[in-house]
Design a protein. Structure first.
Length: 283
């Protein structure tokens, strides 16, 4: 039964989680508007050629402890400014509240270097592999028209359309956060721990599935279960790799190809679960 105090906490947490994304989303939309309105054909060609190193750059930037960069990467991917490998590299390496939680625990502090190095290495390897496969298969994308029916074609610069897009997606994210925070509060950590099959070799696959929940709270729960001894490090890594914060929700909202989105989610899940299983068997 939800009490009024609990509802207030859920709403407040959802608002805070959403507002944390504001600067990242606004910067991403400013960049996309600038690319559309300012870049010449020569500059666009140069940007695309530099994108070959996208998975490397994306994986390194993604490991910064925040969950906003994955949202920005999803928007950039939908606009065709970064490759699918770059997007996956960002998703796999993204870090958020997991690091502050680990810093506060002696056991967690010892594992932080391994966690970050593993996530970055997995992101780089998977990102370059995906881009290589897509290049060899000659896969083509149908790009999402970012400015469809939003008035961006009107005169007045890039600020107004960037603000419009930012506000539009923030409302969508707020709704997602409200639903997911409420579900996590109602289920509780003990029920989630039993669901995660503690001590089983299948735990990385279950943890990676939980990590797909598009909310930073999922990574907090996974980290707390690991620090409490209810989850192996390999399973925790699997869940944290597949957890891209709100980035997946933004991808589903902004990228219109359902088939493409499904391929990205399946790849993210399988890479996370398999690498997590390998690490669980080794440690």
């Amino acid at each position: 039964m939800l009490s009024w105090e609990l509802i207030q906490d859920i709403v407040w947490d959802a608002l805070l989680d959403t507002l944390k994304l504001l600067p990242f989303l606004f910067f991403a939309y400013l960049l996309m508007e600038a690319a559309e309105h300012r870049f010449s054909e020569k500059m666009e060609a140069r940007l695309k050629s530099m994108g070959r190193l996208g998975p490397l750059v994306g994986a390194i930037l993604g490991c910064v402890p925040q969950c906003g960069f994955s949202s920005a990467a999803s928007n950039l991917y939908a606009a065709g400014l970064v490759s699918r490998g770059t997007l996956l590299a960002v998703f796999l390496s993204t870090s958020d509240e997991a690091l502050p939680l680990m810093i506060g625990s002696p056991q967690g502090r010892r594992m932080i270097p391994l966690l970050l190095l593993s996530k970055v290495a997995i992101g780089i390897a998977a990102g370059f592999a995906v881009d290589l496969v897509l290049k060899k298969t000659g896969s083509k994308r149908e790009l999402y028209d970012l400015c469809e029916n939003c008035g961006c074609e009107e005169e007045g610069g890039i600020l107004r359309p960037a603000l419009w897009h930012t506000g539009h997606i923030l409302l969508f994210i707020l709704g997602i956060n409200l639903l997911l925070n409420g579900a996590i509060e109602l289920l509780g950590q003990e029920r989630i721990a039993s669901f995660l099959l503690h001590g089983s070799a299948l735990q990385p696959f279950i943890a990676a599935l939980v990590g797909l929940i598009p909310n930073c709270a999922a990574s907090v729960t996974l980290t707390q279960l690991y620090l409490a001894g209810s989850m192996s490090f390999g399973a925790c890594l699997a869940g944290l790799c597949s957890n891209a914060g709100i980035g997946l929700a933004v991808l589903l909202r902004m990228n219109k190809s359902k088939r493409e989105n499904l391929q990205i989610i399946v790849t993210l899940y399988l890479v996370s679960a398999l690498f997590g299983l390998v690490l669980q068997l080794l440690l």
